[in-house]
Design a protein around this ligand. Sequence first.
Ligand code: GLN
Ligand code: ZN
Length: 770
Amino acid sequence: MTIAANLGYPRIGPRRELKTALEAFWAGRTGEADLQSTAAALRAGARALQQGSGISHVPSADFALYDHVLETACAFGLIPRGYGWGGEGPASLATLFALARGARGSEAARAAGIPGDAVPLEMTKWFDTNYHYMVPRLSAATRPRLVDNRWARALREGMQHGVRTRPVLLGPVSLLLLSKAEDGTRPLDLLPALLPAYADALRFLAEAGATWVQIDEPCLVTDLPAGAAEAYRTAFRALADAAPGLDLMLATYFEGLRDNLPLATSLPVAGLHVDLVRAPGQLAAVLEAWKRDRWLSLGLVDGRNVWRTDLRQALGQVQQAQQAGFARRLMVAPSCSLLHVPHSLAMETALDPALARRLAFANEKLKEVAALARAADEGEKAVASAFADSDRALAEARADARLHDPAVAAHLAGVTPAMERRASPYAQRAVTQQSRLNLPDLPVTAIGSWPQTAEVRTLRARLARGEIGQAAHDEAMRALIADSVRWQDEVGVDVPVHGEFERNDMVKHFAEQLAGYAFTKHGWVQSYGSRCVAPPIIWADVSRPAPMTVRWSAFAQSLTARPMKGMLTGPVTMLQWSFPRTDIARDVVCRQIALAIREEVADLEAAGIPIIQIDEPAFREGLPLRQADRADYLRWAVACFRLSASAVRDETQIHTHMCYSEFNDIIDSIAAMDADVISIETARSDMDLLEAFAAFDYPNAIGPGVWDIHAPRVPGAEEMVRLAQRAAQRIPRGRLWLNPDCGCKTRGWAEVKPAMENLVAAARRLRAEA
Ligand code: GLN
Ligand code: ZN
């Protein structure tokens, strides 16, 4: 019997119930019991839905109130000092949320005796997804042990409702590799101490009646650091010994196993899950290497994107596995946890029906998994209507003329290498630009957005609801822009920005004005904690029917003699923060977007905007997981940025912006982007991030952030002077700008105004001293 399995279910809730419950709890409007009962209801709903969809291996403990990595670390006692944990028993919610969000201003933290200056753990991207996890902080003082039996509890909860679930544990090696040690301790050194805690968790699961347990080891698809292979062998020997009666499913996802395949298949587990969506090519090697007396779980339904599965093709892969001798020990599953896709298509009543037929969100994907498992045993006739739907969606997509725009194809075919190059080298452009712009030493600018106040958001919401017309909305927007430009002139911001008041989101705002994009109403995907994003869907060729930002920027420029900076989102970020189509290559989608942005850049120049910023905060996160794939990505990503930026004359200055990012290993690509000015987030690193630029002799201008806009505080001028001086030790002053770390949309005017005043004062002081 082929088993239909799932690896993880979205936890935010079909209507973002968890978000609402968390935020009410944090605001002190509800208590712990309310939060826990919402969470329990979401888990019960998820179990029932998965079971009802025909999934036999329903995951449990995949749920987390904030983040599964954080909760795993807490359950194993990997909790740093200073967060109110007494060292025994489960961490309280006050501790959990102080680790996740810091203690500042939290009544619960104060009541739990957590110091008000407790800072949150570092947060970073979960592999190459847009989900962020909290990085566990380890030290030599860390004493791992099982302090919260969350897996057995999750199993029992399911059993009480008649479902024997498959508890999911983030595996010990991935957990450590994803952690950071403070005091020079190597995270993997903690493995011997951590394994008994995992063994305890497994023993409790066996006692509680578990049969299968899923151990997630996504690090197995990455380039492993020294010592990791040995760590895997040690760890899985210990796990296998801990509870011989349990069947362990070793889950790998987000890439192929490649050179780690021999390692993975050497581990003593009952089953191996492989991602055949990201890496379909690994099937043959896996079938060759994996043992016939073990279970093989085929990740055939895309857990990372919103498209319906080609069931016929997937069934072909199932049959290949059957013929290779796995017929009696086969599972069918999504490629990875469904955490990364929205809940359900059922609520998307406004989508184009032909497009909707091609989509599958989490709930629809589970039905695909079940249909495939059944077809594996009984043939496709047993699930004829599922196959018919899949065939029809594919045939319709192939025949849909709207997917291909001949004008876009012609436009792409006409791209020449010269179009990816500015007319003159940077040094020459810099002179031309300075004679036009006449900027002072250490020019002061901002990253784009000014506060998105309640007033601003209400305006957009009222337009969306039809309560006000476009004209009234635009007039109000113009008033906001006029205020902001007047204020920036008064303060003395050398290169002002219009403020992005009209934008709901830096990707969606452009996507809504481009052809080829579609939008969901409830397509929320957890980004971190209670934060969700609803990525737009790129379903057809992308083009720009009309100018997108010109009227706002031109209006802003008309109000000031200073050079106004136009503000666009770059092609790589537009791609990275969307669900892209898969019928054409990713880099081709990106080039289409680049051409659309290029047209906007040209129109801004023609409208007299002398400086244009093309934001690429997602540039680094597009990097493939494997080193070997990176050069190819960087080549096309740089080319797309350059294509978008190079339509302008020398005298027009191109900026780009990237948020907190490591630059060391991609600095040559950053330089190859050839933006005249790049602004980056550096305040929190005390300018250390500039080292990469200094070591590389980065040739163009840089605006290091001197104000950490993520913290709700106003930095003084002296502080910013000091940061600027540190920057000037690394980058020649003639190529330095001063600016905040990022856009100010999440801050209030009460902080922004004094902080920008201090920033200008800092620049003036430095100029006077020069
Ligand atoms: N221009 C954008 C803003 O200021 C940039 C946002 C970002 O870097 N994520 O809001
Ligand atoms: Zn930013």
